[in-house]
Write a protein that binds this ligand. Sequence first.
Ligand code: ZN
Length: 180
Amino acid sequence: MAIKEILKMGNPLLRQEADLVPLEEIKTDNLKYLVEDMRDTLEYSGGIGLAAPQIGVLKQLVIIKIPEDSERYPESEESEEFILFNPVISYIDKTLQGFWEGCLSIPGLRGFVERPRKIRVDYKNEDSLECSIEVEDFQATVFQHELDHLFGFLYVDRMKDIQTLVFEEEMQNIYEQKEL
Ligand code: ZN
């Protein structure tokens, strides 16, 4: 299909709430093409998740796939591909855990964000079937980051300390400082 332009922070569409996708719409050709475009765009960009508002479509749709050889997140474990329509989060373990998050809409930067460590997500899949998944650790952060995009939030909104907003090429220096 097509690789779409990813909107960057500052674009007002990233700050709007996305619409629920009506069940009867999920299996239409239009939505199939949208999923294919998002899949192509995600693969091309080297990211691990993409929400429809990031390509300017205000629908509650997210794709998450952590590839085995992710260059952006080399420490992460591979995941299957998830296509989530109308996802809803429930918190299973609210203990906070922190990761250095990046975002395709905020290229070149990373920020340290703490989020609950285990969640359940109820959603509709590509066949508009009701699904539920429990995720924890890094995957729980990925799901929460992506779902935030559906409600107009970016990871920088979740940061407690703006001093941990850094350029990717400076990350190495941070790790070296930690070892001191
Ligand atoms: Zn993002």
